[in-house]
Ligand binder design. Structure first.
Ligand code: FAD
Length: 282
């Protein structure tokens, strides 16, 4: 069976916490390998990430994986978080540099994710399974696409066990990236990140920030639907399930879903894909 994981963000309000619990319970029926929870760079969600992860661990019974973003924090703050995760029995972690809100400059003691991989291996040995980020369409600050693969290799050499990618809608970008990584001697699994399409404006805004390309034909078709959310969702289901099928058929080791704390779109995609157990929306 291919790997399967779902990503959540830490909710801020009590209704959000309830919703996340329901979403996680529903998606647990797929028996995923893990649920991960994002972490705000600079420590802005330190408590929220921990609470969400512990809720998943204690109430849902699926491996709960915190993200940890190092930029904007001191070494001792980050070390506290790592040691706390270890004490709580969390043994997998998604290690990132993170992005600080514009205007905050590059404060803190970390510049790149690899420095956090180093710190985790230096202080906790092989205890954690470390996931890192990868960018088939090129990270916005990478000097070249060669840079991205080069620094992914550095993260692997520092001790990363696997990678999760930024989302993309062009399967070829992923396959070319895998080829480049293989040529460089990168041997860790690189699991594609999947962003379901449910809302046009939000997707456009988010994609600009993270450097994900919406192909022109897809952009134009989604844009033409205007406020017709039903049609946007229907096209999203068709396009993204086709992408998932191509990725799996082409040898992707699994799928990592960006859920935005909603279950419905991921369920639709996975049921259409048909390689995991079928699940009904909760
Ligand atoms: P790095 O690996 O450090 O790379 C950042 C850039 O620097 C790249 O352009 C790389 O090519 C370059 N680079 C790396 N090392 C060097 C070096 N030694 N010298 C020169 N250049 C170098 N953000 C959050 O804040 N919280 C989250 O929870 C979060 N979760 C994410 C989950 C996934 C699966 C992904 C794909 C991204 C996530 N992000 C998250 C976003 C991520 O933090 C940003 O994309 C960030 O800009 C880069 O993080 P990174 O870990 O890839 O950084």
């Amino acid at each position: 069976m291919k790997n399967l994981s779902f990503e959540f963000f830490p909710p801020k309000k009590p209704e959000g916490v309830k919703n996340l619990e329901q979403t996680a319970k529903t998606l647990a029926a797929f028996s995923p390998d893990f649920f991960s929870v994002t972490y705000g760079a600079g420590g802005s969600t330190r408590q929220g990430t921990l609470e969400a992860v512990m809720m998943i661990k204690e109430k849902i019974g699926i491996a709960a994986v915190p993200h940890l973003a190092c930029v904007g924090s001191s070494r001792s703050e980050i070390l506290d978080v790592i040691l706390n995760y270890k004490e709580l029995g969390l043994n997998r972690i998604v290690v990132l540099r993170g992005d600080l809100p514009s205007g905050m400059g590059q404060s803190g003691e970390f510049r790149y994710a690899i420095e956090l991989v180093d710190l985790i291996r230096e202080t906790t040995g092989d205890y954690f399974h470390i996931e890192v980020a990868a960018y088939p369409e090129c990270h916005p600050q990478a000097l070249s696409s060669f840079d991205d693969a080069f620094y992914l290799k550095k993260k692997m050499e520092a001790g990363a066990n696997s990678a999760l990618t930024q989302y993309f809608y062009n399967a070829d970008a992923y396959f070319y990236f895998l080829d480049k990584c293989a040529k460089l001697g990168i041997t860790i699994p690189i699991v594609p990140g999947i962003m379901p399409i449910t809302h046009f404006e939000k997707l456009v805004r988010f994609s600009k920030l993270c450097g994900a390309e919406i192909p022109r034909w897809l952009y134009k078709r989604l844009e033409a639907y205007g406020e017709d959310q039903q049609s946007i969702k229907a096209l999203g289901l068709e396009v993204v399930s086709d992408l998932c099928s191509r990725l799996i058929a082409g040898g992707a080791p699994g799928l990592h879903f960006y859920t935005l704390n909603q279950a419905e779109a991921s369920i639709g995609l996975l049921n259409k894909l048909g390689i995991y157990q079928k699940v009904t929306a909760g």
